[in-house]
Design a protein around this ligand. Structure first.
Ligand code: SAM
Ligand code: SF4
Length: 349
């Protein structure tokens, strides 16, 4: 089995059978070997540095109705909020003083934030914090909109593809959303010049190993700069409220496999991973992740960004908890650095 892992590391590819074996093995020594190879791969490129991104959840309004997400438009139990430009700039100032050099503006698909408003927010952040990167994560847009945001100074864009299988996509989303358009967005973003991130939830309802294999193939094909994966966690006001959460073990193994197949990729240990296990973030790093995204949103709105139940938003998870997070990361032999943390490598091969 060690040979199998070495061959994935060397060839940066995996077969469906190999994926099956690695996700199902009960041998903990094999699992540990997988994690250590993934860690070695990341260390060779990024050393012991762990990058932080300040996450600003600036609107929880959403016109979409994804079956898994607590921000879906049919969820009437969520109190909706929007941050204005001044609120957002205050978050950036607080983050900058703490050492953040990347701000991630994330939100539902909220028509209130027209292209003009987004561009004005982005250009204001870049004027005030010229040494910082701005990442947008605001869903599917037309190419001309992505281009406007890019011209305004946005550097990166996160848009998880959610699943690379059409049928699975249609079981996670209503008919008005399509995998084709999601993919079109990702290719547009890359073509414009964004550092682009795709990704998926691990253990989302109806997901099969074949689907995961298609996800890995799609990631190779897109060759993104970032890949965001985290466990699916049910939210009590969604159609998937009674579905099971994704597992820690599968998420960690997939993080490691993604690292081996895409050595240069920026790979976060996500909030969802920290939510399903108290040491989820550290375990994610030890399985090959190299990014953490603490919450920089104003404390009074955090509980309203209810993607899933029991989402962490205080403690080590939050920007205020940065010192305690730094300590935990030091304890596992890594360092949180004050840097933009750009993608290293010309292309992801
Ligand atoms: N609206 C934008 C979008 O969909 O790309 C950005 C915000 S959206 C809330 C960010 C990500 O949250 C989604 O891509 C999805 O993978 C994740 N997410 C939503 N509901 C989730 C859940 N129940 N469990 C885990 N992750 C979830
Ligand atoms: Fe809206 Fe994004 Fe949630 Fe879908 S995942 S409902 S697009 S916030």
């Amino acid at each position: 089995m060690k040979k199998l892992i070495a061959s994935i590391q060397q060839n940066k590819s995996i077969t469906k059978e190999e994926l099956n074996v690695l996700l199902n093995t009960k041998a903990t020594d094999i699992e540990q070997y997988l994690f250590s190879c993934a860690r070695e791969t990341a260390d060779n490129i990024y050393g012991k540095d762990i990058y932080i991104r300040g996450l600003i959840e600036f609107t929880n309004f959403c016109k979409n109705n994804c079956y898994y997400c607590g921000l879906r438009r049919d969820n009437k139990s969520v109190e909706r909020y929007r941050l204005n430009k001044e609120n957002i700039l205050d978050c950036c100032k607080k983050g900058y003083d703490l050492g953040f050099r990347t701000f991630v503006l994330q939100g539902g698909e909220d028509a209130y934030f027209t292209d003009e408003k987004i561009c004005s927010i982005v250009s204001n952040i870049k004027e005030n914090f010229p040494d910082c990167a701005v990442t947008l994560s605001i869903g599917e847009k037309e190419k001309h909109s992505y281009l406007e945001y890019f011209k305004a100074g946005a550097d990166r864009y996160l848009l998880r593809h959610e699943t690379a299988n059409n049928e699975h996509y249609s079981r996670l989303h209503p008919a008005e959303l399509s995998l084709n358009n999601r993919k079109r967005c990702l290719y547009d973003l890359k073509e414009i010049g964004y550092q682009t991130g795709c990704g998926f939830m691990v253990g989302s309802p109806y997901q099969t190993i074949d689907n995961l294999y298609e996800d890995l193939i799609f990631i190779k094909e897109l060759s993104p700069h970032m890949v965001g994966i985290g466990p699916f966690i049910p939210q009590s006001a969604t159609p998937f409220k009674n579905k099971s959460a994704g597992s820690l073990q599968t998420t960690l193994r997939l993080l490691a496999i993604i690292r081996l197949m895409n050595p240069h990729v920026l790979l976060p240990a996500t909030t969802a991973l920290g939510t399903i296990h108290p040491k989820g973030r550290e375990l994610g790093i030890l399985a090959g992740a190299n990014v953490i995204m603490p919450n920089l949103s104003p404390v009074n709105v955090r509980e309203k960004y209810t993607l899933y139940d029991n989402k962490l938003c205080t403690g080590k998870e939050s920007a205020e908890g940065l010192n305690s997070l730094k300590k935990c990361i030091n304890e596992i032999g890594y360092n949180i650095v004050c840097a933009r943390g750009d993608f290293r490598g010309e292309n992801n091969v």
